[in-house]
Design a protein around this ligand. Structure first.
Ligand code: ATP
Ligand code: ZN
Length: 283
């Protein structure tokens, strides 16, 4: 039985639960919201504060965890990371009051900076040869300059609107983060095997999310051009249509290339283009 720790309630919770569900693992909603057991996979889910997850996994209280890289690195256990999960992407940035002069990181020499990430920020400033005074606070970092606590801040940014609303401007990116799967480093053989099964499923889900299934009709004369645009996993499936001179083509396209490719397909004469989501994709 594997014990997986996820965030109890916060920005990581929903995406973590969705990923587990999309891996085909079912579980009942926890009545006390402390832990639940899966019904069709040897997995127990623990619901914790995200800050506690790296330590619990390091100590073996939980075998696995899903947590932001920012929290993992700040806790001092980067080695626990097994793989990136592609959600909860954000960055840790330095910001100063909008009116403050700022040309380079050297302008932060001797400045006071409020942050919840003294380890990550300290490492970054050391690397840049900047000595600053760090004030560690646990929340509401963005109001520190306006209440006179610090002259700059270092905090999580996703869109930048919170910074703007507090009269701040982002000046440096200190760290880029996403949710990661972490694991205790001394799992026994049975747990390692279960972890591999879980990773296999997670990778299939992520690959499927990044790709779309595409079906279209094309003039047989344009087939070579269509094939060049849709290499597919091995090569596209091509079947003749009842109407002579036409074929149906089926393939897989990467979501990032999708719009670009469909416009080129239309340009070479493709019609009736259908695009479907893929549920799982096994390599
Ligand atoms: P807890 O109560 O569990 O301690 P928290 O308040 O520390 O929760 P959240 O705000 O829920 O944490 O954020 C959890 C994680 O989500 C962060 O550590 C970070 O990795 C990521 N995250 C934070 N802010 C954003 C954002 N604006 N966009 C995307 N991801 C974010
Ligand atoms: Zn937290």
């Amino acid at each position: 039985m594997l014990r997986l720790a996820i965030q109890k309630s916060g920005r990581l919770s929903e995406d973590s639960l969705n990923l587990i569900r999309e891996c085909g693992i079912s579980f009942l909603a926890a009545s006390n919201k402390l832990k639940t057991e899966a019904t069709n996979f040897p997995l127990e889910i623990l619901y914790l504060r995200d800050d506690d997850i790296p330590g619990y996994v390091q100590d073996g209280v939980a075998d696995l965890g899903i947590v932001g890289q920012n929290v993992l690195v700040e806790a001092g256990f980067p080695a626990l990371e097994v793989e990136g999960l592609g959600f909860s992407k954000c960055r840790l940035s330095l910001a100063v009051p909008r009116a403050a002069a700022y040309d380079s990181i050297q302008d932060l020499q001797g400045v006071s900076i409020a942050t919840s990430y003294p380890q990550i920020l300290g490492d970054y400033l050391r690397e840049k040869g900047v000595q600053a005074h760090l004030h560690t606070i646990s929340g509401s970092v963005e109001i520190a300059p306006s209440i006179g606590l610090a002259e700059a801040i270092c905090d999580i940014v996703s869109s930048g609107s919170t910074l703007l609303g507090n009269g701040l401007r982002e000046v440096e990116t200190v760290f880029r983060s996403e949710a990661v799967l972490i694991a205790n480093q001394n799992l026994n053989a049975e747990k390692k095997e279960l972890l591999e099964q879980l990773q296999f499923r997670m990778q299939a889900v992520r690959r499927a999310r990044r790709n779309k299934y595409i079906l279209l009709n094309a003039p047989a004369a344009a087939l070579d051009q269509v094939k060049a645009l849709l290499p597919g996993i091995k090569s596209p499936t091509v079947t003749p249509l009842a109407e002579e001179g036409w074929v149906s083509v089926q393939s897989v396209v990467n979501e990032d290339d999708f719009w670009h490719i469909t416009s080129q397909l239309k340009a070479v004469g493709a019609e009736g283009i259908l695009v479907l989501p893929i549920e799982k994709m096994i390599s």
